[in-house]
Design a protein around this ligand. Sequence first.
Ligand code: AHR
Length: 650
Amino acid sequence: MNFRLPFRAGLTVAALVGASIAAFAQTPASASGSAELTVQYNHPLHAVSPTLYGLMTEEINHSYDGGLYAELIRDRTFFNREHHDFRKIWNLDQNAEDGISISVDDQTGPSDALPYSLKLTAAKASPSDPGGVDNPGYWGVPVWPNTTYHASIYLKAAGDDNPGPVTMAIVNKETGKVMASATFPAAGAAWKQYTATMRTGNVAESENNFVRVTVSHPGSVLMNVVSLFPPTYDNQKNGDRIDLMQKMAAMHPTFLRFPGGNYLEGNTLADWYDWKITIGPIVDRPTHPSPWGYQSSDGMGLLEFLEWCQDLHMQPVLAVYAGYALDRQHIPPGPELEPYVKDALEEIQYVTGSTSTKWGAVRARDGHPAPFHLKYVEIGNEDFFDPSHSYSGSHGRFAQFARAIRKAYPNLKLIATMPVKGDVQPDVVDDHFYRTPQEFLNDTHHYDKMSRKGPKIFVGEWATMEGSPTPDFGAALSDAAWMTGLERNSDLVIMASYAPLFVNVNPMAAQWGTNLIGYDSMHSYGSPSYYAQVMFSKYLGNQVVASKLTGAGPLCFESVTRDEATHTLYVKVVNASPKAQPLTLHIEGAGEVAHSGTLVTLEAKSTHATNTITDPRNVVPHTEEVNWFGSDVHRTFAPYSINVIEMHVQ
Ligand code: AHR
């Protein structure tokens, strides 16, 4: 696979492509020595952070365009017109007889943001032989039977030779058969958006389709913002893919960190994430370059991020641009940085302000009068890469943003992307880890001894880099081992999010090697690491209780939590060894332990076992009821297994 390296220096290629490092001996299974896990049920050590598990995403790997954002038309605004690159996506309808041509009209477009358009000219079109342009979608266009799609387009007559109504159709690539279509009225003299619905009949499910936009009479017409949406999550306009929203919901995420990541920074100072161009009607969004090698449609803009939080009951963790780019240039702290500080304050006002504030009113105009609740703001991304150290000094970029934000919004908690010097300290520091399995397995005690006197920790990006495009079971095992350490230390580590979350698995769609959830235009799947995340966040409890593991092999890891209110105990045992692990669980201090519980296990015969788009359920959790007699629970945990026992305690 060909992965395009991001501009960022400092990450190894091995990290990017998902290094396959043999962390686990593939030896035949036999049993390790018997272990004892003693749990002091009535000795809670500290609360589990209520925001421990959340999500981090950005526009990488076609996470939004060609991913979560449900738009089916690729390059709906012909953004690469200068280089005629849009022609790599938009093609002339090969079925039409000669006489169809397309060109860019730079003189007129539907908005100030899109001051240009595509001119479609048909010399010979007729109702029996219409002609137009084809769009491939994002590696196919999904067709489901008996399904309604929402189509829209901006049109303007190009002159007196108006070709009349314009038709949009989904066409099967192999058969050429129209699966659904809608016709818009003839364009008028002024730019106007036309909308229509199209519905498939009793057709077979398939993604081997494209979209065709045609006219049936000779003439020229101008178009832009050509759009087609399938059903979306909660039927929202400009909405999200249902399957991906459901997969995220199953992770019980408590927060969403956005908009990045490198995506916040941009390759150069000119490419910064300018949130103001991502709000309002789509026609007013000019699009912008993502640092991951393609243009972002910005259909997933600031308000859409916030609505996504609302839909999945997550709190937003808003990252504001802090004057640093991936090419290692920065805006110096002081007067030159002030406009960006002001911009961040306005962004926070857009998110949280009442409708009587300037930017709160703009949010209301955009369709969301109610302010969003915001607690955490992150200032920048990975500023430890800045060779000038302009971020971390006592008069650095962080301090300048932090002073201004705290003055205007004293209740916000501020996250720094690295430790900073001086009086202006962050509430939280964001740590990132992209590691081999061995590195995580060796470091599950990373936070055990860390001082509790400084800022809290947000592990804002982390992943075991093994497996591509999505992690294999070996990665899931070391992810799970690492998460036992996060849980045990969740008095300090208050938030954690795996990254990257999404990957479109089509060739050339991805820029990063190991990603949690894979999909094509129609199907999606969770990797083994995804299921490990689901298990850890679903069975979490709200207090960490004292526990001690003795006699286990070095690849056995545990974390024990309880839910005080429901008297539920959660025992997580990760056996990253090729040998079975017998274990006796002693529960001390509990009045009475029920003699049955539920055991959820994710296991595989090999660390290389994985899920793929064509074999999505090879490694998935299974659940069984477990019973025992007396106060001790004896259980042999399978080789290579991630286990959670849920039991009721009186
Ligand atoms: O998650 C991929 C990238 O890794 C992020 O954009 C960046 O913050 C980190 O370097």
